[in-house]
Design a protein around this ligand. Sequence first.
Ligand SMILES: Nc1ncnc2c1ncn2[C@@H]1O[C@H](COP(=O)(O)OP(=O)(O)O)[C@@H](O)[C@H]1O
Ligand SMILES: [Mg+2]
Length: 476
Amino acid sequence: MLELLQSLFDNNLFIPHGHCYLWKPSLVWLHIASDSLIALAYYSIPIILVYFVQKRQDFPFKWILLLFGAFIVSCGTTHVMAVWTLWHPTYWLSGFLKFITASISVYTAVVLVPIIPQALALPSPAQLEAANRQLSAEIIERKIAEEALLHAKAELEQRVEERTFELRQAMAQSIATAATAQEQATKLEFTLRELQQTQVQLVQSEKMSSLGQMVAGVAHEINNPVAFIYGNLTYANEYALDLLELVQLYQKYYPQPPADIQSTIEAIELDFIQEDLPKIFASMKIGADRIKQIVLSLRNFSRLDEATMKRVDIHEGIDNTLLLLQYRLKTRPEHSTIQIIKQYSNLPEVQCYVGQLNQVFMNILTNAIDAIDELHKLSSLEDIQNNSSTIHIRTQVLDGNQVMIRIADSGCGMTQEIKSKIFDPFFTTKVVGSGTGLGMSISYQIIHKHNGHLKFISTPLQGTEFFIQIPIHLEK
Ligand SMILES: Nc1ncnc2c1ncn2[C@@H]1O[C@H](COP(=O)(O)OP(=O)(O)O)[C@@H](O)[C@H]1O
Ligand SMILES: [Mg+2]
């Protein structure tokens, strides 16, 4: 290798090229100048090519440009060698360089041929220009279309907005119409309810006043015969007992009566009469007592305007009534105790018929106790123990010369049917003998006479609350 390099620079055997030009200065200089200029040009062209390739990375045949660069550089080098060999006969080296140049050139020529069709297929600047123009035209067309579209869209939006507005207005209008209709319906319903109430009140007061008159008549007519019966019952009882005693005396002193008497004694079953007569009188007495009580209630019911008006403390009346009812509140089985809860507010004295008002309290409170007992009958012992029974009494002053007394019980409550009949005289749901059915109708009448209102609310198995509303000062 080293030998090869040495032989390349070996020049002992050859004469420099300048001899061929006979060292004629003008000829030598002509060659020097020409070769040098060619070499300079050849060296500068690749620099430009590299610069171009670097700037135009998208250029499709970069490598061929670089190949051009390489072969131009080697060509330049052969010209430099031509200057060199004027004085130094290193023809081996010169030939070797020429060989390299030839190889690169031939290679370039060979690879250039197949890429020519590809290079030809590349669009020419004119073609590109035309394509560009077409594209520009298309872009303009598209822009116009787009603008038209935008315009149509805006128009559509505007129309949608207008339609929405119209629809909204229509909707608002129909809502308003519906609201008015609803309002009217509500008003009508309210009026209807009011009418119904008025009708009920009218029927009620009409019923009450005609009943009052009838009851007054009945009470008056019954009162006297009942008084006879009741008044004479005691004597009749005494007389009968005396007669029985007399018969017993006869039997004692005349144990063997004549056959006639003996047979009569047997026929009438004297023993049984002796035993049964006192019982009969006792039950007659109970019956008469009851009739008397009912007549008293009836008279109270019809003779509402007989007592005198007084200004009284309502609370006192309630408390007295509760006191009278102690026998029913106190003597109860342990488990069914009734709790009385009083919530009295500061009431002024109220002008009223005291006795009658107390009768109202009595009637309502008695019913409350009855209702609680009724519920207990329907409940298990466990339920009774778990749910305490209460009677809640509240009083308050209302606006405009009125007081309100509320009496609520936790009793059995009322069904719709019972509610509709509660103020009817003689209406009762209680067993025969325990209720007269007059308590509520009398109370209604009394409160009505006081220019007040007696109302109630009731839920089956939950309880009932009565609302007594009367004026503080009663104007005659
Ligand atoms: N607080 C109440 N709870 C449940 N029912 C009640 C109440 N008050 C009244 N009633 C019902 O109204 C009827 C009539 O009551 P009322 O006129 O006092 O007559 P009575 O008590 O003699 O049955 C009752 O038999 C009862 O059915
Ligand atoms: Mg009653």
